[in-house]
Design a protein around this ligand. Structure first.
Ligand code: ATP
Length: 223
């Protein structure tokens, strides 16, 4: 579903990804690893938002940077959320939906999934951090994408919010949606994931079934 070959990304002198090789299957994948290891950079390249310095990534069979049709089939929520402050949440979701060929119904459905309907009429600059996270999550699901990338979907949410977002992710996974999730809160995702990837120092350090990767994480992140 996502395949990276010798995927490399430099930011000036920083080598964020160093010849990454990985093949992520269909289903739910959790990506974990220490701060600054390259997880978000990997996700941004896979979502077609960043261009690789070298190597390539394929999502659903083609390069998302070069193929707009592929990019339209990908939903993404960045962390921190990348949202236009002077627009309302509704305007933003409608804009994303239009780009993906979705309709008004899909906007309302996505807003409802993350309990964003009560505030989407307000300008984004007036949102709390949790509201921004909910809108950013709704953005990823608008317009029926075939694969959804979520960077830290539980960040800035209260305990009820975290539980609700976990329920949505479980439900969408059960319905057959492909999801790739980055999370420092990795334990609950390891219980439901089909595949796990550990990225550190710009490399994939381990990839495989959650059972195989779990012991490595227990050692690296004992909390
Ligand atoms: N736009 C950018 N410009 C310059 N350097 C960047 C940029 N984005 C990321 N980096 C650098 O690339 C490296 C990898 O960062 P990245 O955000 O991918 O890590 P991460 O694993 O997602 O970390 P975290 O868990 O802290 O979110 C870091 O050294 C970071 O400073």
């Amino acid at each position: 579903m996502v395949r990276a070959e010798k995927l490399t990304k430099r930011f000036g002198s920083v080598l964020a990804l160093n010849s990454v090789e990985v093949e992520i299957p269909e289903g739910l994948t959790v990506i974990v690893g220490p701060n600054g290891g390259g997880k978000s950079t990997f996700l941004k390249i896979a979502a077609g938002a960043y261009r690789p310095t070298a190597g390539r990534v394929e999502v659903l069979g083609d390069d998302p940077w070069k193929n707009e049709q592929i990019k339209r089939r990908i939903g993404v929520s960045f962390d921190p959320p990348a949202l236009p402050p002077l627009r309302t949440g509704l305007e933003w979701l409608e804009y994303i939906s239009e780009a993906r060929g979705g309709d008004g119904e899909s906007v309302q459905k996505a807003a409802e999934m993350f309990e964003a309907r009560e505030f989407i009429a307000k300008k984004i600059r007036d949102y709390s951090a949790g509201m921004r996270k909910r809108l950013s999550l709704a953005q990823a699901f608008v317009g029926d994408p075939e694969v959804v990338f979520l960077d830290e979907p539980l960040a800035n949410l209260d305990l009820n919010g975290m539980r609700d977002v976990m329920e949505v992710i479980k439900e969408e996974h059960k319905n057959g949606l492909n999801l790739v999730v980055i999370s420092h809160i990795w334990r609950p995702f390891m219980e439901i994931a089909d595949y796990a990837v550990l990225i550190a120092a710009g490399k994939v350090q381990a990839a495989g079934s959650p059972e195989d990767v779990y012991p490595l994480l227990e050692k690296a992140f004992p909390l």
